[in-house]
Design a protein around this ligand. Structure first.
Ligand code: PMP
Ligand code: GLN
Length: 381
């Protein structure tokens, strides 16, 4: 196969979800909730289909959704964008990431990214012919070393990809680190792509601050998010990118030839959710924090020491106390041993040794599902 798709094998999410189905296991692997988003959002999509909103929408997304994205960003963060020129609706954050990388990264360009990285980053950088330069957010603490981050920059650095709240570690970069990351990006005059799909899923005293809000950043940052996590609608694949008009124009040019446009009847529904769903999301956050604690307690009771994530709906454990050194081997055996599926960290690393002992567990599931998973896992202890 072509060199540029060398990282494009079957994703670990597809492999593990198939294993969950074939073994009847509880799936704490792939990150999707097992309950739906707000009723009014679902009803709006049903009505849109009934009303005949079923043909190609405008390329950049329908006006009311672009306006809702802009209003939401200004309401939550005081960051202002133009709904006509500075927003692009995409087929999930995945497409926004791919289009942004393909639009700006040339063969030979380097892309600095926090490692572990979400799997599509590696594939999209490969498709563009770029080179990944990982900066470790390694266990057991998953804390970024800013000196190492700065050392990653070379004359070839074209783009920096930041993901916070971070998948798979659940780390939320604190404001003082974001300020330093911003300073370094400005000093080196690079383009920044910020993946903020978990922007609203933060716990305890964590707050999410978009990198674009720091001095010198708005003009160089593509801020990407998605409705999948915020409104529990991962299958609708409605995401967006916000950036200065010149950048959005280039990303749109690529998007046209990836998918052309994105899901017509879902767009008015997500527009409504963004405009009217703040209370629903606030409840989701409280609920997820409780679920996080429930799963953490269960994992502790089997002798594991989960690092409590401050964001996302994923929790990480080191599986060495269970006699494994390789998380992939653990995850492939776990369904057969006790009927639970999890995701090995190492698939998110170039430095697989750094990720080998860690396993990620999703807690965006109904309480009874989490409780049953904990019961099954107790058999391993
Ligand atoms: N970035 C991160 C960090 C993710 O975890 C995910 C999906 N789970 C995505 C991007 C992709 O989002 P979408 O489903 O909207 O394409
Ligand atoms: N982002 C989700 C996760 O990290 C899954 C998305 C996918 O299957 N590509 O689990």
């Amino acid at each position: 196969k072509a060199d540029r798709v060398r990282s494009a094998t079957t994703t670990i999410f597809a492999e593990m979800s198939a294993l969950a189905l074939s073994t009847g296991s509880i799936n704490l692997g792939q990150g999707f909730p097992d309950t739906d988003g707000p009723d009014f959002m679902l009803e709006t999509a049903r009505q849109a289909i009934a009303d005949g909103i079923n043909q190609y929408p405008p390329g950049r997304g329908i006006q009311s959704l672009r306006q809702a994205v802009v209003d939401h960003t200004s309401r939550h963060y005081g960051l202002h964008y133009d709904a006509d020129l500075e927003v692009l609706v995409t087929t999930g954050a995945t497409e926004a990431l791919a289009a942004a990388i393909l639009a700006f990264v040339n063969p030979g360009d380097e892309v600095v990214a926090l490692e572990p990285f979400y799997d599509s980053y590696a594939a999209s950088i490969d498709l563009a012919g770029g080179t990944r330069v990982g900066v470790g957010l390694f266990g057991p603490d998953f804390v970024l070393d800013l000196a190492e981050f700065e050392r990653a920059f070379t004359a070839h650095t074209k783009m920096v990809l930041i993901n916070s709240p971070h998948n798979p570690t659940g780390a939320v970069l604190p404001p003082e680190q974001l300020a330093e990351i911003a300073r370094i990006c400005v000093d080196h005059d690079v383009l920044v792509v910020c993946d903020e799909v978990y922007e609203h899923l933060v716990y305890d005293d964590a707050t999410h601050v978009p990198l674009a809000s720091y001095p010198g950043m708005r003009e160089r940052t593509v801020r990407i998010s998605s409705s999948g996590k915020t409104f529990s609608a991962t299958g609708w694949k409605i995401g967006w990118a916000l950036a200065p008009a010149e950048l959005i124009t280039e990303i749109t040019a690529v998007k046209q030839f990836l998918t052309y446009v994105s899901g017509a009847p879902f767009q008015p529904a997500i527009a409504r959710a963004l405009n009217e769903g703040d209370d629903w999301v606030a409840e989701l956050r409280v609920d997820l924090q409780r679920k996080r604690d429930l799963l953490a307690e269960g994992l502790r009771s089997m002798g594991l020491s989960p690092a409590l994530p401050r964001g996302t709906y994923f929790m990480t454990t080191d599986v060495r106390p269970l006699g494994y050194h390789d998380g992939l081997e653990f995850c492939r055996e776990l369904p057969g041993r006790c009927g639970v599926v999890a995701i090995p960290h190492q698939v998110f690393y170039d430095n697989t040794a750094a990720g080998a002992p860690y396993v990620r567990w999703a807690f965006c599931k109904r309480d009874e599902v989490l409780e049953q998973a904990v019961e099954r896992l107790a058999k391993l202890g």
